[in-house]
Design a protein around this ligand. Structure first.
Ligand code: ATP
Length: 540
């Protein structure tokens, strides 16, 4: 699928707009339009319903070691600055950047790739920001230009290997930066903390400094005790939260995939250390299934366990759920969600202070004077099981998803070009967004075939009845074929049309977006029929 086509459809039909577009836009920030807001809300609602409000806490779910409870929270975006010191974000949440002295551009070190080549007796490393065939073509073009060669002299370029990361290059002197004309213009990689800094209250100095949260998870950990003390939840249980997170990404790109302001959907699941490996596996599989159930195709979705050397210093196991986004080179996948076994790292950090690994142990990091570098809260965040009387620090399994990345994956998956007959029965190309009905922005559209003979009145009655339960759309303008096409682009799964026959036998036509099948039902049955079609009538 051509990503440009999806991006232009998103703008044309009101799924996504660039933030502050009339002022030229702001890189890494996106607004959801009238259709986009419904789509994203449905994605979040599907997550919250399945993970929290609709969760069956009485039975043992398939693959789970025992029944468990799920509850939710909505915490603030700005937290006490000490939270980020103890969590490790203050010291460690950074990427490496390189600057180009010539183009004045800044790049994320690990996102620049390049190829070694020899020509005219000189060996250089030509870089690009894109991978795959596009990256090969771009480096070739740039190499020809650098060596002042024409396309017919291409055999003079002796490539010495495939595209590799700039992180493999030690000396930048022979490196041709992604937008540079001369060699050696890139600076040494430097750390860049991704947290947005702000100031709370009238204090503008360091005393008032605080950060916008780069993840929602910490708001959950610091409320663990509040939740245990104020509800009757017992370990094992999970706390879910969705909300905005902010990361000052060095190079936001690939549409909404890497934004600077985005929404996360996170669960912190607290369990006994002995059963945590089983819970880790349970959540890994359950979350993978969630995406499949909402329509992501198995071949483009994968569950990838991290290699031991990829794991964070505290993690026992981590897996990513990844999707083959069309903007990535063939064979490459982008992360939708990470599921991490975090042990007791987070609760201990907020009790004792920032932890570091020493051999197999996590110990409090000390400063030069032998005192804790960042002091924890000193509050007791252990848990006592009232049945066994055992006291322990729960282990945590964290399924951490991005609402925007999930929405983008559903948009990519939905985009389809096929053919449908027009009014005269002639096949025409159509663009159709094949969303799962559960997340489709509009569930049904209602049309009077023509704007007379009482058809609009009958259609309006049906529209208002459906509107009580679903997001529906009424349209009486233009040829009916055109109205169908517009709904296909919006991804509306069903269209209900009132025609001449309706006035004599009170039936209407229902049209299925994907199969184009049309059949008649009683007008009075519209609400139950659409509810049945949109998955067992449980959508409201
Ligand atoms: P990446 O390696 O792609 O930057 P990450 O591993 O840093 O992602 P996590 O810290 O695990 O991401 O965040 C959990 C989830 O939050 C991700 O799986 C993703 O869905 C979402 N997310 C993280 N950063 C961004 C971003 N800049 N824009 C949109 N979504 C994001």
């Amino acid at each position: 699928m051509d990503m440009d086509k999806l991006v232009s459809l998103c703008k044309r039909r009101g799924f996504l707009f660039q933030s502050s577009e009339i002022y030229g836009g702001l890189n890494g920030f996106w607004d959801y339009g009238p259709l986009g807001v419904e789509l994203k809300r449905n994605v979040k609602e599907a997550w919250w319903r399945e993970m929290v409000t609709g969760h069956d806490d009485l039975d043992v779910l398939p693959g789970a070691p025992e029944p468990f409870e799920m509850t939710g929270l909505d915490t603030t975006i700005i937290l006490h600055p000490q939270v980020w010191k103890c969590s490790g974000h203050y010291d460690l949440f950074h990427d490496y950047m390189v600057d180009c002295r010539e183009s004045k551009k800044r790049y994320r070190h690990d996102q620049v790739r390049g190829r070694w080549l020899e020509a005219k007796g000189q060996t250089i490393f030509v870089t690009t920001q894109v991978g795959g065939d596009e990256g090969l073509a771009e480096t070739q073009q740039r190499a020809l230009k650098f060596f002042n060669l024409r396309a017919k002299d291409i055999e003079q370029l002796q490539w010495q290997g495939p595209l590799i990361s700039l992180t493999t290059v030690k000396d930048f002197a022979p490196v041709l930066g992604p937008e540079a004309k001369t060699l050696g213009t890139l600076t040494e990689p430097r750390e860049f903390n991704l947290m947005f800094k702000t100031y709370v209250g009238a204090l503008s100095g360091e005393e008032g400094a605080a950060f916008l949260r780069p993840e929602t998870a910490q708001g959950i950990f610091v409320n663990f005790k509040n939740v245990v003390d104020s509800t009757r939840v017992r370990v094992p249980f999970g706390i879910a939260q969705m909300g905005k997170s902010f990361r000052n990404e060095i190079t936001p790109r690939n549409f909404t995939f890497r934004s600077r302001e985005f929404e996360q959907m996170e669960i912190e699941f607290f369990c006994h250390p002995n059963s945590s490996p089983q819970w880790y596996k349970y959540w890994r599989d359950r979350r993978y299934q969630w995406y499949l159930n909402l329509g992501l195709e198995g071949e483009r979705l994968r569950l990838r366990d991290h290699d031991p050397d990829e794991l964070s210093h505290y993690s026992v196991g981590t897996a990513d759920i990844e999707y083959a986004f069309p903007f990535l080179p063939p064979g490459e996948f982008g992360e939708l969600e990470g599921i991490a076994h975090r042990g007791d790292f987070d609760l201990r950090s907020h009790m004792e202070g920032k932890l570091v690994r020493q051999g197999n142990e996590l110990v409090v990091e000390l400063d030069a004077e032998g005192k804790p570098k960042y002091r924890g809260s000193g509050k007791d965040l252990t848990y006592r099981d009232d049945l066994t009387n055992e006291r322990f620090t729960p282990h945590v399994i964290e399924p951490s998803a991005g609402a925007d990345r999930a929405t983008l994956a559903f948009l990519c998956q939905a985009y389809t070009e096929d053919e449908a007959p027009d009014e005269n029965g002639k096949m025409q190309q159509r663009v159709v967004m094949k969303f799962h009905p559960k997340i489709a922005p509009i569930k049904a559209a209602v049309f009077p075939l023509v704007k007379k003979d009482g058809m609009p009145e009958a259609a309006k009655d049906i529209y208002l009845a459906l509107k009580k339960r679903f997001s529906v759309f009424y349209d009486e303008k233009g040829a009916v074929g055109r109205r169908y096409r517009r709904q296909d682009e919006a991804g509306t799964p069903y269209c209900v049309t009132v025609d001449g026959q309706t006035l004599t036998d009170q039936t209407v036509t229902v049209r299925d977006r994907d199969s184009l099948r049309q059949w008649r039902i009683k007008a009075a049955d519209c609400v139950t029929e659409i509810a049945r079609l949109i998955e067992g009538g449980d959508i409201g």
